[in-house]
Design a protein around this ligand. Structure first.
Ligand code: ZN
Length: 147
């Protein structure tokens, strides 16, 4: 198990160092998110074709978990409809809030964040990007807080 945990750690650190889709999208939808418990601040950008996400990106600063989660999320939701992205968020949320010894749902690369369930205070770091995505989809300009 510790080898697996090392691997997960490696993926998270890689996405933190070299976040994917780390840029602004002009002319799309966007929303800001803030996690006061940790100080994570993100802006999520979306471009939609009908209800399908054709581009997703983010900018901001925060801890490794929040940045890696945003990086993985923007990759994961590209090409999905808003309803599919929302369903994925439900599954992701379930995964990171499950009991530490519960089986990990198969969520592709997003599964690397399953370890967060052992650190409840980190759940908000891992879900901030997803809450902000939801706000961007609804094109709300308000700042989202996890509190
Ligand atoms: Zn954080």
């Amino acid at each position: 198990m510790s080898d697996l945990q090392d691997l997960y750690q490696e993926v998270i650190l890689d996405h933190n160092r070299r976040p994917r889709n780390f840029r602004a999208i002009e002319g799309g939808r966007r929303a800001g998110g803030y996690n006061p418990l940790c100080g994570d601040k993100l802006t999520v950008y979306l471009r939609l074709d009908g209800d399908r996400i054709t581009e997703a990106a983010f900018q901001g600063s925060g801890c490794a978990i929040s940045k890696a989660s945003a990086s993985l999320m923007t990759d994961a939701v590209k090409g999905k409809t808003l309803a599919e992205a929302d369903a994925l968020f439900e599954r992701f949320h379930h995964m990171v809030t499950a009991a530490p010894d519960a089986p990990v749902d198969e969520l592709g690369k997003l599964s690397v964040l399953a370890g967060v369930r052992q650190f409840p205070v980190r759940v908000k770091c891992a879900t901030l990007a997803w809450h902000t995505l939801r706000a961007a989809a609804e094109a709300r300009e308000a700042i989202v807080s996890t509190e």
